[in-house]
Design a protein around this ligand. Structure first.
Ligand code: SAM
Length: 205
């Protein structure tokens, strides 16, 4: 069996077969679980899982090529608190994920879908925020970042319209990353092109 196959067997979950996702069975403990949606090449996941060995991480990414890139870099001893799943995340995620599962949710540089006619494809929509609320633990946090100013405004406005989340930042966003900040591939690329990220953080009320 080649190395990638062995690693896939260890790290990869088929969420559609997990009805419903049993964290204790998967991770072998009751540690808090953090979810990352749209992990890309996995920089955030790789660093975060080492910074926080007492947290379990679930990374969901749509693209097969990126799943392979992530899994290749993972180590079954160093990153044993990580699992990844290939899935297009949408409202149906509640079919596999129990309510009140996650202490933290990270959505780092989600696709901005800049054209107006494509705004309906944006991940951040009220119906999706409803779902995020359901799968988060009470008092849990969501962190979202984007370099796209108009999408940042869209996100800030959507969360302002809700009573079930409160913003950690007075203005609804900050340009200053938190101390433990991990720069992802996409953030680096966009900074080099002159686009600085906006950071949003919300607490489930
Ligand atoms: C702009 S990239 C950012 C990747 C990474 N977070 C970073 O900052 O470098 C967006 C990523 O989200 C993934 N993605 C987009 N929509 C998704 C969805 N609905 N479910 C899961 N992954 C998604 C894409 O395949 C892509 O890897």
């Amino acid at each position: 069996m080649d190395d990638l196959k062995k690693k896939r067997d260890f790290f990869e979950l088929n969420l559609k077969l997990e009805i419903k996702f049993n964290f204790r069975k998967v991770y072998g403990n009751d540690n808090p679980v953090h979810l990352e949606i749209g992990s890309g090449r996995g920089e955030f996941l790789l660093h975060k899982s080492v910074q926080h060995p007492d947290v379990n991480f679930l990374a969901i990414e749509l693209k097969e090529k990126r799943i392979k890139t992530i899994i290749r870099q993972l180590d079954t001893k160093i990153n044993k608190n990580v699992r990844v799943a290939r899935l297009f995340v949408d409202e149906k995620i509640t079919d596999y994920i129990p309510e009140e599962s996650f202490q933290m949710i990270y959505i780092i540089h989600p696709d901005p879908w800049p054209k107006r006619k494509h705004h309906k494809n944006r991940l951040i929509q009220h119906c999706f925020i409803d779902v995020l609320w359901r799968i988060m633990k009470p008092g849990g946090f969501i962190e979202i970042s984007t370099d796209h100013k108009e999408y940042a405004n869209w996100i800030v406005q959507h969360f302002r319209e809700r009573k079930d989340f409160e913003s950690v930042y007075d203005k609804g966003f900050t340009k200053n990353p938190e101390e433990e900040h991990i720069e992802t591939f996409f953030e680096k690329k966009k900074r080099e092109e002159g686009f600085e990220p906006f950071f949003m953080k919300y607490r489930k009320v």
